[in-house]
Design a protein around this ligand. Structure first.
Ligand SMILES: [Mn+2]
Length: 355
């Protein structure tokens, strides 16, 4: 049987390019529905007609941290997550139509691994709603998936700011006694600090590496960057000494560990150590939004990057870029081989740029 698997990550589908009032949505990060539909078409026709094709979406598929619909901007209940998913499906109907069509064929499969931006998929009703929309055959994995010497995980679990336990994904709210998502520090930060600022600076959470941006900003945009840093320290202190002991506990982390977590190389180091100490021949992560591959004596680490824009501060590659990267796992060789690829799609004369 001829087979391939495609792995993508960090698509960050939001509630659509425009709000219901026709205003540009500053919180949308995904603009490549058409290209994605073409990717599925390509790998299910021509040479690939009749192949077993599995699409694995490795975390942060959906942006289920839409603070703009929340009463207090921070507590997410199951009905909140349902509303967020409904908005996403409405805002990206071509995408979901294509997924559903792809799943009509029994030799096609979709697997989803939960990431830190779509922790809400762990709610029962949210999982059901997504499966109803795509296919009841679709699988949702709460942390990782492995097969044929390949290990796939989003990667947020190795990052102290974004790790959460799939077992304790929800908790009782101290204030209202409702069951709410038990989100990690990073999600808290995204919703209360980054989200309100995206109205003015939509690319704020697309900047990589953040450490370089802080240094760059202090030099070239001193007052604004200094102000933002003071606000960040204030945000940390406010939560570190919060009246709710659970919030306090979440913020019981040292500056050292925060800086360590912002380092992009640490996830690659984790991958290399998995390759060295286990039987896995291929490790695939996402999360960092930086596509990369490392060859280690015939074993491979691939990071599938993101389909959202990156504002790169790297001295070797500065500027704003979007690369539609994915991993292709090829079963025509034994053992299976994985490669990092970039999807160009059909040639387009023009397209609208993200803000
Ligand atoms: Mn992500």
């Amino acid at each position: 049987m001829e087979a391939i698997k495609l792995v993508v990550s960090d698509l960050h589908l939001g509630s659509g390019r425009f709000t219901s009032e026709g205003i540009k949505n500053p919180y949308e990060d995904f603009f490549f529905d058409e290209s994605f539909v073409e990717l599925l078409e390509y790998y299910t026709s021509g040479k690939y007609d009749g192949y077993d094709v599995e699409l694995i979406i490795n975390g942060d598929f959906l942006n289920l941290l839409q603070a703009d619909i929340l009463k207090d901007g921070i507590t997410i209940t199951e009905p909140d997550s349902l509303v967020m998913l409904q908005r996403i499906m409405k805002g990206h109907s071509a995408f979901f139509d294509a997924l559903r069509q792809f799943m009509y064929a029994l030799n096609h499969h979709v697997s989803i691994i939960v990431g830190n931006h779509d922790q809400g998929l762990l709610w029962n009703k949210v999982e059901k709603l997504l499966k109803n929309a795509v296919s009841p055959r679709m699988d949702i994995y709460n942390r990782s998936k492995s097969f044929d010497g390949v290990y796939i995980e989003h990667g947020n679990d190795y990052d102290i700011l974004n790790s959460f336990s799939a077992r304790d994904y929800a908790q009782k709210s101290a204030k209202t006694n409702e069951t709410i998502l038990n989100i990690p520090w990073g999600s808290y930060f995204v919703m209360t600090f980054i989200y309100p600022r995206k109205r003015v600076t939509p690319y704020l959470d697309r900047i990589r590496p953040l450490r370089k941006y802080i240094r760059w900003g202090l030099f070239f945009d001193t007052a604004k960057t200094f102000g933002t840093l003071i606000m960040m320290v204030w945000f940390y202190l406010k939560n570190r000494f919060h009246p709710d002991p659970r919030v306090r506990k979440k913020f019981h982390i040292t500056l050292d560990r925060i800086m360590e977590s912002l380092k992009l190389s640490s996830l690659a180091e984790t991958a290399v150590s998995i390759l060295k100490h286990t039987h896995y021949r291929v490790v695939i992560f996402g999360h960092t939004h930086i596509a990369m591959q490392i060859d280690l004596h015939g074993k491979q680490y691939i990071n599938t990057g993101t389909w959202t824009e990156i504002v790169s501060m790297g001295i070797d590659n500065p500027g704003r870029h979007t690369k539609l990267t994915y991993a292709l796992i090829d079963y025509s060789t034994s053992p299976v081989r994985a490669s990092l690829r970039e999807w160009n799609g059909h040639y387009r004369i023009e397209h609208e740029l993200p803000r």
